[in-house]
Design a protein around this ligand. Structure first.
Ligand code: RIB
Ligand code: CA
Length: 319
């Protein structure tokens, strides 16, 4: 049976590839997309999610969520993803509108509809997920699992200590890790190694196609940002979560206790991963520790190329 997933995201260039991969995967039933402010504001992330579904030829319900965090001031990553969130790469105009219901109600309703089956793929700040779990406590036991890109065992990327998705809303992240819902955490320890070099990007561009071509244009912008930070390869953070859903052998995970710092002057947003069990507290997450980067890129390529296979649906509004 297909895995029922709901993607909560802040597209965002790496989110864009993750969404297109998920919509292409026969193993996954994407029952909805919810959007959150993160890389860029929620107006842009919602428009981008609708445009990506239109490009994919899939009328997936999209529900708009929170623009800012529960408590902390707004954080954005336009320096990495561009002002529009997709590196200025034009996509088809959205062929349909977002849902009336806000993201947290949409999450509540899908968890009820697919009780015990729904898996949330959270690849942005966790504000919407935290709001759904706190406003509708019955949702906690209805969600099968939350698979999130966020945090790290080691260093951060938004601050020396903290990864962007977590530090953008540390209170929401703390609530999610304390919720009791089974969690799989894909932190920078593995996602920074899910990377693509300039040569690898040229190999993707040579494959081409109606999904891969705009994706490679977005990745040009993304690689330029990484180079400005002194990095010569880009990290495909969010796509790794989707790839693992399809092929769990791609990432080795270990059970650890994970807590989120919300008050530290230098450490707010840090995921505290108890790798040696010194807290004596039971694990609350499976945390990614190793990956097969080569097979990850091969799976990404196969999925994004599938949009050009015979019989694949065209963009919405062109049939
Ligand atoms: O730190 C990487 C994460 O922050 C990714 O989800 C990226 O899209 C940004 O949201
Ligand atoms: Ca993201």
């Amino acid at each position: 049976m297909k895995r029922r997933i709901l993607i909560d995201c802040d597209p965002g260039i790496d989110d864009a590839l993750a969404i297109l991969m998920a919509l292409a995967a026969p193993e996954l039933d994407v029952v909805g997309v919810t959007t959150v402010g993160g890389n860029v504001g929620v107006d842009a992330t919602t428009r981008n999610a609708l445009a990506l579904a239109t490009l994919a030829g899939r009328r997936v319900p999209v529900a708009r969520g929170a623009d800012t965090a529960l408590v902390v001031d707004k954080k954005r990553a336009e320096s990495v993803h561009g002002a529009d969130g997709l590196g200025g790469v034009p996509l088809p105009a959205p062929a349909y509108a977002a849902e009336e219901a806000p993201a947290w109600e949409f999450i509540r309703d899908r968890a009820a509809e697919f009780r015990g089956e729904l898996e949330i793929v959270a690849i942005g700040p966790l504000t919407n997920v935290a709001l759904a779990l706190s406003a509708y406590p019955e949702t906690r036991e209805r969600i099968k699992a939350i698979h999130l890109m966020g945090g790290s065992i080691g260093f951060g990327n938004a601050t020396p200590a903290a990864e962007f998705n977590i530090v953008a809303d540390p209170h929401a992240a703390a609530a999610v890790f304390q919720s009791g819902v089974p969690i799989t955490m894909f932190g920078l320890d593995v996602t920074n190694r899910a990377n693509l070099s300039a040569e690898g990007l040229e190999e993707l561009r040579a494959v081409g196609g109606r999904a891969l071509s705009p994706c490679c244009s977005m990745l040009d912008h993304y690689l330029a940002a990484y180079r400005s930070f002194g990095r010569d390869a880009l990290a495909l953070h969010d796509p790794l979560v989707v790839a693992w859903l399809i092929d769990p052998s791609l990432v080795e995970t270990r059970p650890y206790r994970v807590d989120v710092e919300t008050d530290g002057r230098y450490t707010s947003g840090k995921t505290i991963v108890d790798v040696h069990g010194v807290s004596k507290r039971p694990p609350n997450a499976e945390v990614g520790v190793e990956l097969d980067a080569e097979r990850f890129i091969a799976l990404l390529t196969r999925l994004l190329r599938s949009y050009d296979e015979p019989g694949a649906a065209g963009p919405l509004g062109t049939d």
